[in-house]
Write a protein that binds this ligand. Structure first.
Ligand code: DHB
Ligand code: FE
Length: 284
């Protein structure tokens, strides 16, 4: 990490994401996986890498360059960013095979648990001068038969109008644009917030440098992150995108889907209103 970088907020997000990930892990994970399973998965991963090396005829200098990059990813704490931007979408795709109801999407590296609990009609915590177009997001949480789910909650977090997340950028107050909204008896909610900007992979870290070296773009379309929960139902981790949003058809994280897309309408008072209803499946 450089100390002269013009956007120090970006340079910090990797390290904070590593910290948040470690804090979220239950103790002692890993030991419950059988040797058979470890062997099967790791062998498949390694043979994919071996095949790529043969196919593209990777040279020694390239191998050493890759080693250097991997070391830098670890040192900068950017493993959560690398894994969530390039790989998580396929893990989610596999998980989605056995899920019904609202489509899921990746969790990403910027979830923080235990945010402020808010009533069903709520404004997300924000700065008094929070920039961005005001957005009212309403909807209902139901079961697969369309019955409303009382006691459902929406754990919501999103980037600000500059594409930065609180907790990962030191200039933003903790808890900004995050909250756990408790729905009413009808499973309904009305959340006032601002429309987030598209998100850019921090350009100054190893993930950004790789994207640049490959000539790719570093953007994700604007999105709201959600974990929707209700007692007795399978929680759904998803993201909602915005119709016609920039990068919607070309997400660097390949995590967009056609269905979880908002169609915001302008309101008389100059805000945007978007509606989305969620369907949860019972725990199996
Ligand atoms: C990353 C960031 C996000 O906000 C997201 O939703 C997914 C991935 C990332 O930097 O890896
Ligand atoms: Fe995100």
């Amino acid at each position: 990490m450089t100390t002269t970088d013009p956007s120090p907020t970006a340079a910090r997000s990797g390290a904070s994401a590593t910290e948040a990930f470690r804090a979220s892990r239950p103790q002692g994970t890993g030991t419950e996986v059988s040797a058979e399973r470890v062997s099967a998965v790791v062998q498949a991963v390694l043979s994919g890498v071996h095949d790529a090396i043969r196919r593209t005829k990777v040279t020694y200098p390239e191998f050493q360059g890759a080693k250097q990059w991997l070391i830098e990813v670890g040192e900068s704490g950017e493993w959560p960013l690398v894994l969530d931007v390039f790989i998580e979408h396929v893990v989610e795709e596999v998980a989605a095979d056995s899920q019904h109801g609202t489509q899921g999407s990746i969790l990403g590296p910027y979830y923080l648990p235990d945010q402020t609990r808010l009533p069903s009609v709520a404004r997300l915590p924000m700065r008094s001068d929070e920039k961005g177009t005001a957005l009212v997001f309403t909807g209902q949480v139901r079961n697969l038969d369309g019955q409303p789910l009382a006691g459902a909650e929406l754990d919501i977090w999103h980037a600000d109008d500059d594409g930065y997340y609180s907790g990962f950028a030191p200039h933003i107050p903790n808890g900004n644009l995050r909250g756990v909204v408790v729905c009413n008896e009808q499973g309904r909610f009305e959340i006032s917030t601002i429309k987030p900007a598209p998100y850019q992979i921090p350009p100054d870290g190893p993930t950004g440098k790789l994207i640049d070296a490959a000539g790719w773009h570093p953007w994700r379309p604007a999105h709201l992150h959600l974990i929707v929960r209700a007692p007795g139902f399978r929680p759904i981790t998803t993201q909602l995108y915005f119709e016609d949003g920039e990068w919607l058809a070309d997400d660097v994280a390949q995590a967009t889907k056609p269905e979880p897309v908002l169609h915001p309408q302008p309101t008389d008072d100059g805000r945007l209103h978007a509606r989305y209803d969620f369907a949860l499946e019972p725990l199996g």
